[in-house]
Design a protein around this ligand. Structure first.
Ligand code: CA
Length: 406
């Protein structure tokens, strides 16, 4: 029978944000990270509601996945209702990644772009899939992971708790064993620190508390662009066959109380089964993702599209170099999100050239998080299409007024 023998968590505002909208919960056998968003403290409220929902014991009956997902849906309802009753909290949301330690397994429930990892035998394995626009494009092989990491729309999430009355929750059950270390974290860690480096820190730390501190320090040293939250627990096999649903309350050592975060959106497992069993791997350090499920046909289209986009970029550059083009690009605008995930109008062309050269600049930063753009309008708003100044401005102003339902 497994228990969480050692627990540590830490949350930090980071170097560039004024507030910490992340929240966490660490009370064996349940562990949670939530990354809130919405501005004007709404994100902090959303992530706080999310983790507070786990103060109650999980409901009776059903699988651990079902019981966790039930609690996540309850959190969604509470946040949604609060946002409807308090005008200043309208549109708030949060990501949520929760883990439950069972007798021989760990169950995960997940919405958004926070993540769960398992560290075993020196190897870090990612257990969740981000519900983000760029990860969907990576799964469809329209972007490489390297392009996704620098993409101007990388902060857009496609699922969150709060914006809608119902939410789809991804769940998985992973076999677990003595010595496994589980990490739950907000994107403020993973956007700043490579998975390889996370694995090295976990391998070299003498305690989880030390590891939590080093992970946060590393994210801050890399710039600390966002709030950073990490929850760590180590599993130990204590033998026996006790009923794990009794309130064992082991290792509730909260290391560092702090702010709680807001939401982002998740995606269902591609195999549709809801359960993914990971093969054991003994290779050192490099992290592995759950392999994307992609049909051969999906592979071909994106490559073609990518080649075409590259060709267009080359033509555009030749045109610019040819003279007179620079002024022309000043008349072109497109819409994306800035590194903070806020809907932003950019002036220029949506291309990054080698050597970090950009063909666009920030023109206007709106008051709307990208995650709050209605899901049925995301594709048309963020399609990188070139717009006139008035077209782009009108569209973003409609968004700011909440009038983008047309
Ligand atoms: Ca975040």
């Amino acid at each position: 029978m497994l228990r969480a023998a050692e627990t540590a968590w830490k949350t930090d505002t980071g170097r560039q944000r004024r507030d910490n909208e992340d929240n966490a919960f660490a009370r064996a056998p349940v562990f949670v990270v939530a990354d809130g968003m919405g501005g004007a403290q709404a994100g902090e409220v959303a992530s706080r509601i999310a983790v507070d929902t786990f103060e109650q014991a999980l409901p009776d009956g059903g699988s651990a996945e079902d019981r966790l997902a039930d609690r996540v849906r309850e959190a969604n309802r509470r946040i949604y209702e609060r946002s409807r009753s308090e005008h200043e909290r309208a549109g708030m949301g949060t990501t949520l990644t929760a883990a439950y330690v069972g007798e021989t397994y760990v169950a995960i429930a997940h919405v958004g772009d926070s993540r769960a990892y398992r560290f075993r035998d020196g190897s870090l394995e990612r257990l969740t899939q981000d519900h983000s626009l760029v990860e969907e494009l990576v799964r469809q092989q329209k972007l490489t992971p390297e392009q996704a990491a620098e993409h101007p729309q990388r902060s857009i999430i496609t699922r969150a708790l709060g914006p809608e009355p119902e939410v789809e929750v991804d769940t998985w059950t992973y076999p677990a064993r003595d010595g496994d270390i589980l990490l739950l974290c907000s994107d403020g860690l993973t956007a700043m620190v490579s998975e390889e480096r996370v694995g090295e820190i976990l391998a070299s730390s003498e305690s989880l508390q030390q590891a939590a501190g080093e992970l946060v320090d590393e994210a801050n040293d890399a710039g600390g662009r966002d709030n950073i939250t990490v929850v760590l627990f180590r599993l130990e096999d204590v033998g026996g066959n006790g009923d794990r649903d009794e309130p064992t309350m082991i290792g509730a050592a909260a290391v560092d109380a702090g702010a709680m975060p807001a939401p982002r959106a998740p995606q269902a497992p591609d195999d549709g089964s809801g359960t993914v069993a990971l093969a054991t791997r003994r290779k050192a350090i490099p992290a592995r993702r759950i392999p994307p499920v992609t049909t051969p046909r999906e592979r071909h289209m994106p490559r073609y599209a990518k080649a075409l986009a590259a060709l267009v970029a080359v033509v555009v550059v030749l045109f610019l170099v040819g003279g007179g083009g620079y002024l022309a690009t000043r008349q072109l605008y497109f819409i994306g999100t800035n590194p903070q995930g806020i809907v932003t109008i950019y002036r220029g062309l949506p291309f990054d050239l080698p050597a970090g050269l950009r063909l666009y600049e920030t023109y206007y930063v709106s008051g709307v998080p990208g995650s709050l753009v209605p899901s049925d309008r995301r594709a048309s708003v963020f399609d990188d299409s070139l717009r006139s100044q008035s077209d782009a401005t009108t569209l973003v102003m409609d968004l700011e007024r909440g009038q983008l339902s047309r």
